[in-house]
Design a binder for this molecule. Structure first.
Ligand code: NAI
Length: 341
């Protein structure tokens, strides 16, 4: 008899509450052994408790180590700093992983895409250090530390080995940012030569790498990138396989993980029951696999596999939300998946 896993649930903002409700509904119908611990973050928390990342949410993630998170809105320009960045830094969730694959039944510009983005999640231009030097002159500091560069390189090569992946490609701009991207690149090269010579390794200057991506994404296996490049390239890659509705994500640390879709809070469609919950559902399946490994509990993996099969069949049957060319609402898509469990 398997025990319930306590998982922090952060619905987030915009479409977050709709898609998390749909995912919770599917997981419950699949019999997932999960006891949710609901917590607030983002605008929802600001309205309720006056801060975007309340202490209670931090404590809950600290205690339970694993969270499923909807997207949180971050205002452009003035306003509070990103909840997402703060959560990743607070819990040292240094490895963001985004699998980018074609799904049967989902139209896409390319077929046979199967690549994984590994993004350094804690530094780079997301250091949050911005200064006004003098009126009209501002600067943003890009930070790279040897510790973080080596840590993400080790993580990516270990992950590649565990998943029987063949090749890692680093996208960089070390021709211009010789110190920061140079350190990132050197760390990856050293890790490859010293510890993982059997994994194929290549590098690409990011502009040329992006061109290669849109010419033929099937030539890539694992992409290893620093923080900002990983953010931008994740959305680009989502566009290769059908859009933001089909790319899940995980933020891993050594002692916990937060699972969330790549997309944001989509305020343009929030509250209308049209958002696609699939990317968050796929993130939840990644979470179930993580729990299976962590707790050595195959029940979580079996549940995740049943959910994956059910959404695969639903898509093949033409059950899709608007972003994928279908006409189902968020809740109706969830029902279609549940019917196929
Ligand atoms: P976005 O990803 O929210 O939306 C981009 C476009 O994709 C929009 O047209 C939207 O309607 C569509 N879209 C996104 N997810 C969808 C889904 N599940 N189903 C159907 N259509 C979907 O990016 P945007 O507009 O740049 O950002 C909105 C807010 O989200 C910002 O405040 C941003 O900071 C935040 N954000 C939060 C993230 C997180 O919490 N992890 C990640 C990215 C952005």
């Amino acid at each position: 008899m398997t025990s319930l896993s306590k998982i922090v649930l952060i619905p987030g903002d915009g479409i977050g509450p709709e898609i998390t409700a749909a995912v919770q509904h599917i997981l419950a119908a699949a019999g997932a052994q999960i006891d949710w611990v609901p917590c607030k973050a983002g605008l929802a928390a600001l309205e309720d408790c006056g801060e975007v990342l309340p202490e209670a949410t931090i404590d809950a993630v600290q205690q339970h180590k694993v969270a499923l998170k909807g997207p949180c809105t971050t205002p452009v320009g003035e306003g509070f700093s990103s909840v997402n960045v703060r959560l990743r830094k607070e819990f040292n969730l240094y490895a963001a992983v985004r699998p980018v694959r074609n799904l049967a039944g989902v139209d896409a510009r390319y077929q046979d895409v199967d690549l994984i983005i590994v993004r350094e999640n804690t530094e780079g231009l997301y250091s949050g250090v911005e200064n006004e030097i003098t009126p009209g002159v501002v600067m943003s500091m890009k930070v790279a530390t040897q510790t973080a560069c080596e840590r993400i390189s080790q993580w990516a090569f270990r992950y590649a080995t565990q998943r029987q992946r063949k090749k890692i490609t680093v996208f960089h701009k070390a021709n211009i940012m010789k110190m920061t991207d140079g350190l990132f690149l050197r760390s990856a090269a050293t890790c490859h030569q010293r510890d993982y010579p059997n994994i194929e390794y290549e590098t690409a200057i990011i502009d040329a790498g992006c061109m290669r991506l849109v010419q033929d994404p099937t030539q890539f296996d694992i992409l290893l990138l620093e923080n900002l490049y990983g953010d931008v390239v994740s959305d680009l890659c989502a566009g290769l396989v059908g859009g933001l509705g089909v790319v899940p994500g995980a933020n891993y640390g050594d002692d916990g993980a937060i699972f969330e879709a790549v997309h944001g809070s989509a305020p343009d469609i929030a509250g209308r029951n049209v958002a696609n919950p699939l990317a968050l559902l796929m993130s939840a399946v990644m979470m179930l696999n993580y729990l299976a490994d962590k707790d050595d509990d195959e029940v979580h993996r079996t549940t995740g596999e049943r959910i994956r099969e059910a959404y695969d069949v639903a898509l093949l049957d033409g059950c899709k939300t608007r972003d994928l060319g279908g006409d189902l609402g968020t809740a109706e898509f969830a029902e279609a998946v549940i019917e196929r469990l």
